[in-house]
Design a protein around this ligand. Structure first.
Ligand SMILES: Nc1ncnc2c1ncn2[C@@H]1O[C@H](COP(=O)(O)OP(=O)(O)OP(=O)(O)O)[C@@H](O)[C@H]1O
Ligand SMILES: [Mg+2]
Length: 246
């Protein structure tokens, strides 16, 4: 078995008095798509933000690329973060600048490329996500699916080794959602990427997941292959995979 790319050991996250994640242990393996699911408010976004260093856990440790992530000094932390791309739950595009300028932001902040090269890189990624025509539009001029694609282009602009996507297809119609899933699968294959996706849409989970992590009541209820989830013997989990609802 290959070594985990992300290793999470005994992570506990609290907001004030409230414990959201309680001594979570988790390994994420390379070149796989892992889907995190669970009821609204169970801590899926919190888990992603903890792994990407945006939320500091009360206790526990995180290793990424075989190295300690939480204890790393600032420059090392930044270097590790450059190897990860994040598509936030709301897309988080800047509304005042064009699609092109949004996608260019990480390159402008983290590389020394000249403007010409940045423009070429942005054009390549926009082509990848099927948004070449929308380069000069503002986010407000895009459809919901196009906004997600633009946010995805920005998340992969630095060619990350790990991609985090928080509910990429939430609020999209089934056809748009399926085409976004296809794009995620293509990115995994072509770039050999390791991808963590938060999703609670059964059709989407079946299309993309290699592994499934089911969060419930601050703990991981199921962590294993998609292929085994329907017969895992855990009633709450089997019930979700039967009905598609929590
Ligand atoms: N910055 C914060 N400060 C205080 N409480 C927070 C913060 N972020 C999240 N929480 C709380 O932590 C819990 C988990 O939130 P989180 O956003 O991780 O849920 P989720 O599983 O992503 O839900 P959804 O499916 O609705 O996106 C919620 O009760 C939420 O109110
Ligand atoms: Mg969330």
């Amino acid at each position: 078995m290959s070594k985990p790319l992300i290793n999470i050991k005994d992570i506990t996250v609290r907001f004030g008095e409230k414990t959201v994640l309680d001594t979570i242990n988790l390994d994420i393996f390379p070149n796989e798509i892992t889907v995190i699911l669970g009821e609204s408010g169970c801590g899926k976004t919190t888990l992603l933000k903890t792994i990407t260093g945006l939320i500091k856990p009360a206790s526990g440790s995180i290793h990424i690329f075989g190295e300690p992530f939480d204890g790393a000094d600032e420059s090392k932390h930044d270097r590790m973060l450059r190897r990860m791309g994040v598509l936030f739950q709301n897309g988080a595009l800047l509304n005042s600048v064009s699609v092109r300028d949004n996608v260019a932001i990480p390159l402008e902040q983290h590389s020394r490329m000249d403007p010409d090269l940045i423009a070429r890189n942005v054009a390549v990624k926009l082509k990848w996500v099927g948004l070449s025509e929308a380069e000069y539009l503002l986010p407000s001029e895009l459809s919901g699916g196009m906004r997600k694609r633009a946010a995805l282009a920005r998340a992969i602009i630095l060619d990350p080794e790990i991609l985090f996507c928080d509910e990429p297809s939430a609020g999209l119609d089934p056809v748009t959602s399926a085409s976004l899933d296809q794009l995620i699968l293509t990115i995994k294959e072509q770039f050999n990427m390791t991808i963590l996706v938060v999703s609670h849409e059964l059709a989407s989970i079946h299309r993309i997941a290699d592994k499934v992590i089911y969060l419930d009541k601050r703990k991981i209820l199921y962590n294993g292959p998609l292929a085994a989830v329907r017969t895992c013997g855990i009633e709450t989990v089997e019930n979700f995979f039967r009905t598609g609802s929590f």
